[in-house]
Design a protein around this ligand. Structure first.
Ligand SMILES: *Cc1c(COP(=O)(O)O)cnc(C)c1O
Length: 355
């Protein structure tokens, strides 16, 4: 592979907002750093890579992303190590998934080198914005959207690729009360649930609001056909520890192939723990909750990291799980992940991309 250095023009903000930012009061996705990255796709190529002050952008009201949803995103994080070094966690995985989403939505791919160099350049400019406190990081949000000012239902010929960055703290601060969703569907076979397409999240908002009104923090999505098998938890993958085995739904076109999911599976294998990627029925999970063989359940995602499930609900029946503080597997995963990301232990899989 040839690695050409991407030419990125940098225009610095006249004044940094860093000094006025309270890092102890961060709400996820509300605080943006001083800069953002913008690039254009036109005439079959990516060009005009620029880092500019964060701010509004002017666009035609006819752009097809607003009307037909040709838009998708990624999410990853940069971490500050004790010695001041900065790493981004597994950006090659996000680059690959970025292009899977692009393909499914008839949008242009972005070469991996351009994706990673764009992230590295922006993170480098914003190094001072990366929080140092435990469980804090710089959230990186790359995204692409269609910009043809034309109301025809056909793929756009022009696009923008952008990256925003936000200093963030923990996403969830308590164990989650979760219900199995048996009415609404997030993704169906043949659809685009495996893509980080904007429309998937719009479709999830009403079911999520209903679940919150019923007193739940999240739902576990189930298969579209029968609503009998677990698929994902909100916008995270879901993992269970049943009778000494890590069990998680196998990836397919209804499931987002999470980087955190892949990382947890790799760690379990390193530790000699049996892993099963397969369909998991709600019946099996409920049975495990009843007989005590379900010793751990959690969501896994970049934003949520490892989010323990405190209690499960199926068709109105509540199944409380063990105290998350006492759970061996998810606590070991959580702590080891943090140690790798903050550079406190050896990164044997080369997951940290140093900036
Ligand atoms: C982003 C996302 C995940 C988690 O993926 P990571 O790569 O671990 O962040 C899982 N499910 C859905 C639906 C997602 O959008």
């Amino acid at each position: 592979m040839t690695t050409e250095t991407l030419d990125i023009k940098i225009t610095k903000a006249a004044q940094s907002r860093l000094a006025q930012t309270d890092f102890s009061q961060l709400v996820f996705g509300h605080t943006f750093t001083d800069h953002m990255l913008v690039a254009d796709y036109a005439d079959g190529e990516w060009k005009n890579f620029e880092i500019v002050p964060y701010g509004e952008i002017g666009l035609s009201p006819a752009i097809s992303s607003l009307h037909y949803g040709q838009a998708f995103f990624e999410g990853l994080k940069a971490y500050k190590h004790q010695d001041g070094q900065v790493s981004v966690f597994r950006p090659d995985k996000n680059a690959a998934r970025f292009n899977k989403s692009a393909q499914r939505l008839c949008m242009p791919e972005l070469p991996e080198e351009m994706f990673i160099q764009s992230i590295a350049a922006l993170v480098d400019v914003e190094r001072n914005w990366i929080p140092t406190a435990e469980n804090h990081a710089l959230y990186i949000r790359p995204f692409m959207f269609a910009t043809d000012p034309f109301l025809g239902v056909v793929p756009s010929k022009t696009y923008k690729f952008m990256i925003l960055t936000c200093p963030v703290g923990p996403y969830f601060t308590k164990p989650l009360r979760v219900k199995f969703e048996t009415k609404f569907t997030r993704a169906a076979e043949g659809g685009f649930g495996y893509a980080k397409a904007a429309g998937n999240y719009a479709g999830a908002m009403l079911p999520t609001r209903r679940a919150v009104e019923e007193g739940f923090d999240q739902m576990i999505w189930t298969d579209a056909k029968e609503h009998l098998y677990a698929e994902e938890m909100g916008a995270a993958n879901v993992m269970f520890f049943i009778d000494g085995t890590l069990v998680t739904p196998s990836t397919r076109d209804t499931i987002l192939d999470g980087v955190t999911r892949d990382t947890v599976i790799a760690m379990a294998k390193d530790w000699g723990i049996p892993v099963e990627e397969r369909r998991i029925s709600i019946a099996e999970i409920v049975e495990g909750a009843k007989n005590g063989k379900l010793t751990d359940a959690f969501g896994a995602g970049t934003a949520a990291t490892i989010a323990p499930v405190g209690s499960l609900n199926y068709e109105g029946e509540e199944y409380p799980l063990s105290d998350p503080a006492t759970r061996e597997f998810s606590n070991r995963v959580f702590n080891t992940l943090n140690d790798i990301r903050y550079g406190r232990t050896e990164d044997t899989h080369d997951w940290n991309y140093m900036v």
